[in-house]
Design a protein around this ligand. Structure first.
Ligand SMILES: Nc1nc2c(ncn2[C@@H]2O[C@H](COP(=O)(O)OP(=O)(O)OP(=O)(O)O)[C@@H](O)[C@H]2O)c(=O)[nH]1
Ligand SMILES: [Mg+2]
Length: 1191
């Protein structure tokens, strides 16, 4: 522009006179038009990406003639119309705003910009076109950093760029480079070179001889062989080489002799060997970190073991079958990841390495861990042996005194031996997914201390656990209560017609039969009406025998009758428990007088039950196959799902093959039923706990609790009262940790309710769980309309509620699900009167309702009591909302694209699942503001991002007569306006919600479902599950249903965002969640770790090398904010270690210090949407859990 003006002025001056002014104006107009056209064209091709364009817009770009334009047009064709126009609009806007962009098109303007220090250019700036860098770039004498990403560069451009000798950091990623021009060595000051994602086949050895080079990254290329290095010339500065994701088969040993190299990353190659000919005395003394995961090594190469400084060695996913004694030379090794190999044994020589603190040997076939030999010692603090073939607890671990963290999940361990008493108490021991029989599973879940306490309490005269929890389920009027009476009394005592069970009735009685040991049954008789399922589900447990009762008189031998009376109940049990033990019982047989009719109907029932189970298994197998498809493999969620399916296929329900026919009227068949029940109750495989000794103190506690509950008018006491009661009445139950273990056992076996994990509830103990159901059923019951009556209960008048107020509040509840606290207080007035705690119990019960996800606080806790605690004024009980159409005008008006995830349930959807999900979605941590909530959906807005969220229960919408009912829940998000939100924020919001849904669905381990992503064009669920976005170059895929091209960012979250999906499935593949990142942890990651750290942070600091005085200094720097203290400590650690302070190293230290898993896994979370706020006190931060900000 300046040049045009100059020459024009020269023209005017040269010729003089006003006659030339017209020409001048014309020229200016033409120049402006040209610039405008250039500007728009340059931005048209800009890709719609997740991030806002970078502010530094550099380099000149040429239009490469017709072929380039053609590519651009093709690209445009591929985009949906709306997308394209938005591109155009956005691109133009960007150019208008940033006049510097014109610099792209004029080599003469290089001079103006020649003092730049950084240049960053991506496909956003260049579109699909090739970028030309002119020789004038050589004028850029200050240029230190150049990043060119996803942009094709021609050879001349590279040569020109390499003239710019001041460059220190050069990234040329996805630039279609096929060979590295040797002239690159002209960049004498170059320290960091990143050539990732190109097509490079060879690295010239000269690159590795560059005088100042510190890091060379050449990931994801086509390198097959590495250069032979001339050791006299090789760089004396290089610290890191990253050649992951290439095709290398052999590594020249010279790479291990580079004098300054600290980290060598070679994962995802085809490496089988390191070349021979190395001199052990010349091996690098600086090399700390080697990553060889995902290669083809069948042993640990000896040369690696001899590296004198090696601290981290990752050999995950190779083919290693044994660990040879060579490993003994690894004197400095701190961390060994040898997971996903073919190991059968962990040898003892591994444990003796003097510095080795962490071993990950998960996902092998290990069946034994050798014991340390006498005189050997070990410093190992962390051992992961997840998913191996251990059938015995590895006793070798017991003697390892330094152990702090042992994960033995997913093995075949049945018994934890009593020798575990010798193991140190500080160990975090994980035993999930083992078929443990002894000690009881509940005890093992409490970790090492609980197991040790159990064995300590177990004496020779320990009583035998004889009681079996027995759940009686079936539709209303099936004959459940009458059957329980017949079993208990041994005579007929039928309920009267119309006499319904409400909630749950619990009775305990002995059962005996000839030649079988007798057992006590704790019988839970559930009300049969559908709405009660909402509260029943909390009391259905795996370790119980279930009787599924069917009224045979009403049974019609057709599919409708089967499904209503039996099929759906069985599905329910299987969904909730996974592998329930069920005896179908056919009642009312006295009413069937036709000969053979009982037999006929029982046979029909049995056959249909069998068919249902067969179909379920087939479906599961189909699902397992579909997850095997290559496209599904990458998703962490899919892997978790596959694992769950495999376990469902393995651990099947035990359904008694024939329904047992009985009459509770004339007692026919009752004795046979008793025998069948006892056969199951004494089956050691099905109910290993029953018939097993339990600590005497436990039995005493149970008896004590039972006595106390009879004394109380309302069976509730505080935790303090509970502990005082036990300390007084039960000997040998000190210290409090033992009381906690037995309380946990009583909670798990349904004798009490005590939520130890929930801060707001852990001080409350309910001695009779059924009494809680009684309380909830005042709010959730089928006959609510008739049940609350102004004139029947004087309480309403007593508290001054007028009839009109009452009518309004009642209508709010019955029709809209809005429960006014004033009304609830009256509905629960009898509890308050009975309980000495008065109002306190009322608040506790509300917390419990919230905890059980039966309702949410509409006002988001905005109302506070005198002490500042939130007190809800109105609750929303979604089960009572009558409206089945919601106002979604807001949803329909914005124009941003929709991202939508669907959960499809092939045959059964857990009753109340959607309602509970909406309660979860309302939780403050979801940051959703609910606009409206109707029977089958909610419309919400994200409180931070400008995003609308629509949650819908679409079940039954496609219900075509005769076909299977469609059972679908969908989660959708769209931006309020396209320019303001991005697909990243949409995915962030949806992933949060889908993780909530996944978490909720874990409460029904046997439920079958599939997850889809909906096509934004045809609105059909065309794409399987939530997956990490593939890193291939294509930015769109074709929907197989509508054949339209769909941008990938609307179908799957970006790699960064999806990392949370992967970390959420850690239970399945722990090895994938750590040791993953070699980069320095960011401030945000450290903040999150600080947030997750508890009191153990001080010992962690010592482990990290700080002194007590350092810790005191961290504290005195921030006397009132412990999180800030922790954060300061972590940043000091990062500063101290410099480039060695990698995320993986931090994970390792955290693991070895026994830090809680959550605090460690948050290192993997994405950094998006985190911001720093003002300083608040620690307490404030804890009370507002949902806030990202804490100081
Ligand atoms: N003739 C006959 N009547 C029975 C038998 N079992 C139950 N009944 C009657 O069937 C009706 C329902 O029985 P309940 O035992 O109350 O049924 P339920 O399954 O407990 O019902 P809910 O509590 O509503 O879930 C009552 O009128 C009983 O008298 C039976 O074996 N023979
Ligand atoms: Mg009943």
């Amino acid at each position: 522009m300046a040049n045009i003006l100059d020459s024009t002025l020269a023209t005017i001056q040269g010729h003089g006179g006003y006659a030339n002014w017209g020409f001048f104006v014309l020229l200016i107009l033409v120049a402006f038009c040209l610039i405008y056209i250039y500007t728009c064209v340059s931005c048209n091709g800009a890709n719609e990406e997740d991030e806002v364009a970078n502010k530094d817009i550099p380099l000149q770009q040429t239009r490469q003639g017709s072929s380039t334009v053609h590519i651009e047009k093709e690209q445009d064709k591929e985009q949906p119309n709306e997308e394209r126009t938005n591109h155009d609009r956005q691109g133009k806007k960007r150019c208008d705003k940033d006049p510097k962009l014109t610099f792209l098109f004029n080599r003469h303007q290089y001079t103006e910009h020649s003092n730049r220090e950084e240049i960053r250019i991506t496909r956003k700036h260049t579109g699909n076109r090739c970028l030309t860098i002119f020789p004038e770039i050589g004028q850029f004498k200050q240029l230190k950093k150049v990043e060119i990403l996803d942009t094709k560069l021609d050879d001349d451009s590279l040569l020109n760029l390499f003239q710019c000798t001041s460059i220190r950091s050069l990234t040329l990623s996805e630039c279609h480079i096929e060979s590295v021009p040797i002239s690159l060595v002209k960049l004498k000051d170059l320290e960091n070179l990143d050539l990732s994602d190109n097509k490079i086949e060879e690295i010239p050895p000269e690159i590795l001889e560059m005088k100042n080079l510190k890091t060379l990254v050449c990931r994801h290329n086509k390198i097959k062989t590495l250069p032979q290095l001339n050791m006299t010339k090789v760089s004396k500065t290089i610290e890191k080489i990253d050649l992951c994701d290439n095709e290398i088969c052999e590594v020249p040993a010279a790479f291990l002799m580079m004098p300054t190299l600290k980290a060598l990353y070679l994962d995802s190659n085809k490496i089988t060997t390191f070349s021979t000919g190395w001199d052990p005395n010349k091996l690098s003394t600086t090399l700390l970190d080697i990553d060889l995961r995902n290669n083809e090594l069948d042993h640990i190469p000896q040369v690696l073991c001899l590296l004198p400084s090696l601290t981290t060695l990752v050999l995950k996913k190779n083919k290693i079958g044994t660990i040879s004694k060579d490993v003994k030379s690894c004197k400095k090794l701190e961390l060994l990841n040898i997971s996903a190999n073919m190991l059968k044994e962990l040898p003892s020589h591994l444990f003796c390495l003097p510095k080795l603190i962490m071993i990950d040997a998960s996902n092998n076939q290990i069946t034994s861990v050798s014991a340390l030999r006498k005189g050997d010692s070990s410093v190992v603090a962390v051992i992961f042996l997840v998913e191996n073939g251990l059938s015995d607890f590895p006793e070798a671990l017991i003697d390892m005194e330094t152990l702090r963290n042992v994960d033995l999940s997913n093995n075949e361990i049945k018994v934890i031996p009593q020798t575990i008493m010798a193991m140190t108490k500080d160990v975090t021991l994980k035993l999930q997914d083992n078929p443990i029989i002894d000690p009881p599973l509940q005890v093992c879940q409490g970790g090492i201390q609980a197991i040790q306490a159990f064995y300590e309490d177990l004496t020779k005269d320990s009583p035998i656990l004889k009681c079996l929890k027995t759940l009686i389920l079936g539709t209303y009027g099936a004959g459940k209560t009458s059957l329980v009476r017949a079993l208990k009394l041994g005579r007929s005592k039928l309920t009267k017609p119309g006499e319904r069970t409400h909630g749950i009735e619990i009775a305990e009685f002995p059962l005996s039969a000839p030649d079988t040991p007798d057992r006590m049954l704790s019988v839970w008789d559930f009300a049969g009406q559908d709405i009660y399922y909402i509260t029943h589900q909390f009391f259905l447990s795996a370790k119980a025998l279930m009787l599924l009762v069917v009224n045979l008189e009403e049974y019609k031998c057709d599919s409708v009758s089967f499904n209503g009376k039996c099929g759906k109940w069985m599905k329910n049990m299987v969904a909730k428990v996974g592998n329930p033990v069920v005896i179908p019982v056919a009642t009312h047989i006295d009413k069937l007088s036709i000969h053979g009719e009982v037999q006929r109907r029982c046979d029909d029932l049995a056959k249909r039950l069998e068919d249902q189970e067969r179909i379920r298994l087939k479906d599961l197998e189909r699902q397992r196959e579909s997850i095997n498809e290559p496209s599904m493999k990458s998703s962490g969620a899919a892997r978790a799902r596959k694992k769950q399916i495999e376990s469902l296929l393995q651990q099947r329900p035990s359904i008694h093959p024939k329904p047992v026919p009985v009459s509770s009227a004339n007692l026919n068949g009752i004795q046979d039923l008793k025998q069948v029940i006892l056969d199951y109750a004494t089956n050691k495989t099905l109910f290993p706990g029953v018939g097993h000794p339990i600590p005497k103190a436990w039995a005493d506690t149970e008896a004590c609790v039972e006595r106390k509950s009879k004394d109380l008018s309302f069976p509730y006491i505080t935790w303090r009262e509970f502990t005082a009661l036990l300390k007084k009445n039960v000997p040998n139950l000190q210290p409090e940790s033992r009381i906690k273990t037995v309380a946990q056992y009583l909670h798990d076996t349904g004798k009490i309710l005590w939520y130890s994990e929930i801060e707001s509830l852990k001080n409350h103990v309910f001695l009779k769980p059924a009494s809680l159901v009684d309380i909830f059923r005042k709010v959730i019951r089928p006959d609510l309309e008739a049940f609350i009556d102004y004139n029947k209960d004087p309480c309403y008048k007593e508290v001054g509620i007028t009839q009109a107020d009452f009518d309004r509040m009642k209508s709010d509840l019955v029709n809209r699900g809005v429960l006014h606290i004033k009304l609830l207080r009256c509905m629960w007035s009898d509890v308050e009167k009975e309980c000495s705690l008065g109002e306190t119990i009322f608040n506790v019960l509300i917390k419990l309702m919230l905890q059980f996800e039966l309702c949410y606080d509409i006002d988001d806790g905005r109302t506070r009591d005198n002490q500042g605690h939130p007190v809800p004024r109105r609750l929303l009980v979604p089960w009572h909302i009558q409206d089945d159409v919601g106002d979604i005008t807001k949803w329909e008006s914005p124009r941003g694209p929709i991202i939508s995830i669907q959960y499809q349930f092939p045959s059964f959807i857990p009753p109340g699942l959607f309602a509970r999900f909406t309660v979860r979605a309302h939780h403050p941590k979801s940051k959703l503001h609910f606009y409206s909530h109707w029977n089958t959906g909610t419309l919400c807005k994200h409180k931070k991002h400008k995003i609308l969220v629509l949650l819908k229960n679409e079940s039954g919408e496609m219900g075509v007569e005769g076909s299977e009912e469609r059972l679908v829940i969908s989660l959708s998000a769209r931006s309020e306006s396209k320019s303001k939100s991005t697909s990243v924020a949409l995915w962030e919001t949806l992933i949060d919600l889908s993780l909530e849904m996944d978490e909720l669905l874990k409460q029904w381990p046997g439920v079958q479902y599939k997850q889809y992503v909906v096509c934004p064009n045809c609105h059909k669920p065309s794409f399987a599950g939530l997956q990490k976005r593939a890193s291939s170059r294509s930015r769109s895929v074709i929907c197989y249903k509508c054949n339209e091209r769909v941008p990938k960012n609307l179908l799957s979250p970006s790699q960064r965002t999806s990392s949370r999906l992967l970390s959420s499935t850690s239970a399945v593949d722990t090895s994938s969640i750590y040791l993953s990142d070699k980069s320095q942890p960011s401030d945000q990651q450290l903040l999150r770790v600080a947030r997750g750290l508890g009191a153990e942070w001080e010992s962690l600091a010592i482990r990290m090398g700080f002194t007590k005085a350092d810790v005191d200094e961290f504290k005195s720097d921030h006397p009132h904010n412990t999180r800030q203290q922790k954060f300061t400590m972590l940043t000091a650690w990062r500063r101290r270690l410099g480039s060695e302070a990698s995320t993986r190293r931090l994970q390792c230290v955290l693991q070895s210090a026994g830090v809680d898993y959550d605090a460690i896994s948050c290192l993997d979370e994405t950094d998006i949407s985190f911001d720093l706020g003002n300083e608040t006190s620690d307490d404030d931060a804890t009370s507002s859990d949902d806030e990202e900000v804490f100081f």
